[in-house]
Design a protein around this ligand. Structure first.
Ligand SMILES: C[S@@+](CC[C@H](N)C(=O)[O-])C[C@H]1O[C@@H](n2cnc3c(N)ncnc32)[C@H](O)[C@@H]1O
Length: 228
């Protein structure tokens, strides 16, 4: 199941670029530019989200929802020396979920064995690290294991449908400390009908919870939990 927006005319592609612009709090975006340039100069990792890793404080409590092979998790782990890193993924193939895992050789994963391999690869990477918890379960189940106001940072990159993203935010936002940050991947993800499911979920959540500080930089959203 592919998204066909990219096959459209030049004008559509231009519109697409415009729609995918950086948004939100200017100060937060400037900070992102600073970390982006810094990560380009020091090139400490090839991951194009290096600027996110750069802004995470060391010795923090971090969760990643949607882990796949644990590649980004391992970059976080290597460069931030977290006090605790919680990795959540059910690694379950579902043919009805589009984009529930990165593409494999240009195609969506076609069966459970891709997920089994991704899970194995994650467990191998973190074998023997006592400060890493790998939870082979859904976002909802995992969130229930932690008390509120626990995490410094949560990276959300699970299923990308409107419902799933909105639910992830609902499960995990309370688990953040005041002023803790949620980062989210693929803000401009398009569903098959070209709707922006991830963007809509974040916008509605931000508006419902009156979140004051948020920004979108290079398709990654960052929001800061209100100080209550
Ligand atoms: C885009 S991939 C994650 C990529 C990873 N964050 C990275 O940057 O390398 C999405 C992952 O979300 C997982 N996923 C799907 N439904 C989920 C759920 N309910 N809770 C947590 N993870 C889920 C999939 O199994 C898949 O591994």
């Amino acid at each position: 199941m592919e998204n066909n927006f990219k096959k459209k005319s030049l004008i559509f592609r231009f519109l697409d670029k415009f729609q995918r612009r950086n948004r939100g709090n200017l100060f937060m975006n400037l900070k992102n530019y600073y970390y982006y340039i810094n990560s380009k100069i020091f090139k400490f990792t090839k991951d194009n989200r290096a600027y996110i890793i750069r802004q995470l404080n060391k010795n923090s409590i971090i969760a990643e929802i949607g882990v796949w092979k644990g590649d980004f998790s391992f970059e976080i782990f290597k460069y931030t020396s977290p006090r605790k890193l919680v990795l959540v993924d059910p690694w379950l193939y579902n043919k009805n979920i589009r984009g529930c895992a990165p593409q494999v050789n240009g195609k969506e994963p076609l069966n459970q064995s891709y997920f089994d391999q991704a899970k194995l690869s994650t467990f191998k990477k973190f074998n023997g690290y006592g400060n890493v918890a790998i939870l082979d379960t859904t976002s909802k189940n995992a969130s229930e294991k932690y008390k509120d106001n626990f995490f410094d940072y949560i990276y959300i990159d699970g299923e990308h449908s409107y419902k799933a993203v909105y639910e992830d935010l609902t499960f995990w936002y309370p688990k953040l400390k005041n002023n803790g940050k949620i980062f989210g991947d693929d803000f401009y993800w398009r569903e098959e009908d070209n709707s922006f499911s991830v963007k809509e979920a974040y916008y509605n959540f931000i508006s419902k919870h009156k979140i004051k500080k948020w920004c979108v930089f290079k398709s990654q959203i960052c929001l800061i939990k209100n100080n209550v």
